[in-house]
Design a protein around this ligand. Sequence first.
Ligand code: SF4
Length: 157
Amino acid sequence: MKILGIITEDFVNYKKPCMVIEFPSCTFKCDRECGRPVCQNSALATLNKINISTSRIAEMYTSNPITEAVVMQGLEPFDSFSDLTDLIRALRKQTNDDIVIYTGYNEDEIEDYILDLRRYKNIIVKFGRYIPDQKQHYDPVLGVKLASNNQYAKRIS
Ligand code: SF4
């Protein structure tokens, strides 16, 4: 699968220490809807993509005793849905640890995908566009602050 990068140990995106996978694509819907460039991840789009197997990522995760969750994040994991599910399947062969997916889509825009993901255990999805100039709020599911009022996380399985 193609990714932009991996953060092997991260302590800011979830309440548990996690490994972060950076997905390579987004249609930049947040920019489009705001009518100006607002996406804080847009610089990532200029990075070279890395080819790595899902089994290698799963192996990297399970060989690190510090991390207790995997976070899939920006650009937009749901714009690479086939790779996303391949990676979840590879991880689930090794572990049932929490998998957190950060998406800019609203829940009603990706209902079918969410239904599909419910067959895997312990999946958490953070929904909603990035809208600038709002006060951060604490999300109890993630245990971290989110940037826009419309954003929230939900355990879907
Ligand atoms: S979904 Fe994420 S990567 Fe895409 S435009 Fe919004 S904030 Fe940027």
